[in-house]
Write a protein that binds this ligand. Sequence first.
Ligand SMILES: NC(=O)c1ccc[n+]([C@@H]2O[C@H](COP(=O)([O-])OP(=O)(O)OC[C@H]3O[C@@H](n4cnc5c(N)ncnc54)[C@H](O)[C@@H]3O)[C@@H](O)[C@H]2O)c1
Length: 253
Amino acid sequence: MSTTEQRVAVVTGAARGIGAATAVRLAAEGRAVAVIDLDEAACKDTVAQITAAGGKAIAVGCDVADEAQVEAAVTRIAAELGAPTILVNNAGVLRDNLLFKMSATDWDTVMNVHLRGAFLMSRACQAHMVDAGFGRIVNLSSSSALGNRGQVNYAAAKAGMQGFTKTLAKELGKFGITANSVAPGFIVTEMTKSTAERVGMGFEDFQAAAATQIPVQRVGRPEDIANAIAFFTGDAAGFVSGQVMYVAGGPLN
Ligand SMILES: NC(=O)c1ccc[n+]([C@@H]2O[C@H](COP(=O)([O-])OP(=O)(O)OC[C@H]3O[C@@H](n4cnc5c(N)ncnc54)[C@H](O)[C@@H]3O)[C@@H](O)[C@H]2O)c1
């Protein structure tokens, strides 16, 4: 890569929440960013925020669990922005329920978006990274990977993301590619808002209750996670690989 060439970052689930904050942050670091989400039109706010700040971004509609859509999306990104050498597997969904009430469909949906999605996106982008002799992959795990009542599907998927990450690190290291995982605690997004609704609490009360359990006594913001992702995706982090960083306002048991 010449010194003037921009690295291309792909962020999935970037229409809102942690993904949107990450896309904006990586653009501020000088990356050209492909903003992926299910609905291309829903990505336009994130793209507009980046371009208004002088950055470069495109919106890409893609279901990360769909093999053909992923292949088409990565081909399009490579053609329009250049070879994607930074990938943030952030797209996610919740389908919470206690084990005895959980449907097989809800199990499959969570596995497909998180694990199959990260697998398909990583496989599609790694060819470009190998060619470039450089790559950065960051996979979103969660504090729920340690076990969380009502989330047997999500906890398994997020623990799976950690094993997936460590294996990518071992397989791809020799090509100049690192893989790391960021495991957020409570972050204020539509996802945690939906959890508050499910348990019948107002979102403000839900956040206040969560904050009392967090050593730094506040809940997290999407930017807290974007900061950690920016570190892992930076050129300077080339000797950090296969790690899981919990970003949760304190240690977890
Ligand atoms: N918010 C938290 O407290 C928290 C904590 C730990 C981990 N996480 C993880 O961080 C990531 C982002 O979470 P968030 O809180 O910003 O969630 P969010 O629900 O606000 O955003 C998730 C985005 O992913 C998109 N998405 C869902 N399925 C998709 C698919 N198949 N293909 C493409 N895009 C898809 C959604 O449309 C949405 O825009 C997720 O992986 C989540 O599991 C969040």
